[in-house]
Unconditional design. Structure first.
Length: 344
């Protein structure tokens, strides 16, 4: 595809707001019939131009039900691609990026707890052929992430109509995940619009049971569904990663200033030599430098200490992408897989 037309952009924006809404409801907001909307979406997904996935929300880590980590990986000469592909096939590795700068790969990992992460980094990652060194940064707080990002193709009235039809999320208390919840996550991570019937067949329960369970999971803000678009089709084709530092007493206020910046997709407090990780989408390499200037003007107490550009987003939230940024397929996410023992 060369570009998204106005209708495609409006459709993607609508699904960013209401990713599981039925086509009749989406069509009513866009002024189209349900068949046309469904046909449009099928064309986008078949081309790998847009997709909907699901992943564990940061709420789970806050509640002690998971751990999010960012791992820098240095590869031996000639082994980067094989290492990246092996990592991308792991269900608990949610993202794999080939980046510029002082590391070859930046990967995002979700594990049940610190012990599982430690074992995997030591025995799993540490034993992979082609890896020279790794550096692990634990996420302490996620201030914003990609599911909140929007294309902004709809007007305020359309946005309000879609938002009014969505159930309230994050208002109920977090609760322990069951094996069925993990199975639902795996299925939804590959196809965020999977029907209740399809999910029920996967989990071996009734569609009504799935509907009620997902309602509870979404109400507690434990699952995050996200509609994505291939980067060449957006106005922001370049991904910038910044590592920064703020004084401990100013980290919270600095982070909240950063989350209000249009280009920011992720802002997370991390452990290590830096205490803040920022991921942003910008319009060009030249704009990357201008973005950093704007960021410092908005948050003068933030000191940028390192920076990189994503050369190839190989895996994003479980979805595999080609060199251009189009979806190739998905590896269903399963946080539990990181806790599986490996042979020493």
């Amino acid at each position: 595809m060369q570009a998204l037309d106005d209708v495609d952009q409006a459709l993607v924006h609508a699904l960013q707001i209401a990713p599981r809404a039925d086509w009749t409801r989406i069509g009513a907001v866009l002024g189209l019939d349900a068949v046309t909307v469904a046909r449009r979406w099928n064309r986008l997904t078949e081309a790998g131009a847009a997709w909907i996935g699901c992943y564990p929300a940061p709420t789970l880590a806050t509640a002690g039900q998971g751990l999010l980590a960012f791992v820098e990986v240095d590869c031996a000469n000639g082994r980067l691609l094989s290492v990246a592909r092996a990592l991308a096939e792991l269900p608990h590795v949610t993202a794999v990026e080939h980046v510029s700068g002082d590391r070859d790969l930046l990967i995002t990992v979700m594990t049940p707890d610190l012990a599982a992460l430690t074992r995997w980094v030591t025995h799993g990652l540490g034993s992979m052929t082609g890896i020279v060194a790794t550096r692990t940064h634990l996420a302490s707080t996620v201030y914003t992430e990609g599911s909140r990002w929007r294309l902004r193709a709809l007007d305020h009235a359309q946005i309000a109509r879609l938002a009014d039809g969505e159930p309230a999320r994050g208002e109920a208390a977090v609760f322990p995940l069951t094996d069925m919840d993990h199975d639902l996550m795996a299925a939804l991570s590959a196809d965020g619009r999977a029907t209740y019937r399809a999910l029920a067949e996967t989990c071996g329960v009734s569609p009504d049971t799935v509907r009620r369970r997902l309602g509870r999971l979404f109400a507690a803000g434990m699952f995050q569904i996200r509609c994505e678009v291939a980067r060449p089709l957006s106005e922001w084709p370049v991904t910038v990663i910044l590592w920064g530092r703020a004084a401990a007493g100013q980290l919270e206020s600095v982070s909240r200033l950063i989350t209000g910046v249009r280009e920011v997709r992720l802002c997370a407090g991390v452990t290590g030599r830096h205490n803040l990780l920022v991921v942003a989408w910008v319009k060009s390499l030249a704009d990357a430098q201008r973005f950093e200037v704007r960021l410092n003007e908005r948050a003068p107490h933030l000191e940028i200490r390192d920076r990189a550009v994503a050369l190839w987003l190989m895996k994003v939230a479980g979805h595999l992408l080609d060199e251009r940024g189009y979806r190739l397929g998905a590896v269903p996410l399963d946080v539990r897989s990181a806790g599986v023992a490996t042979d020493d």
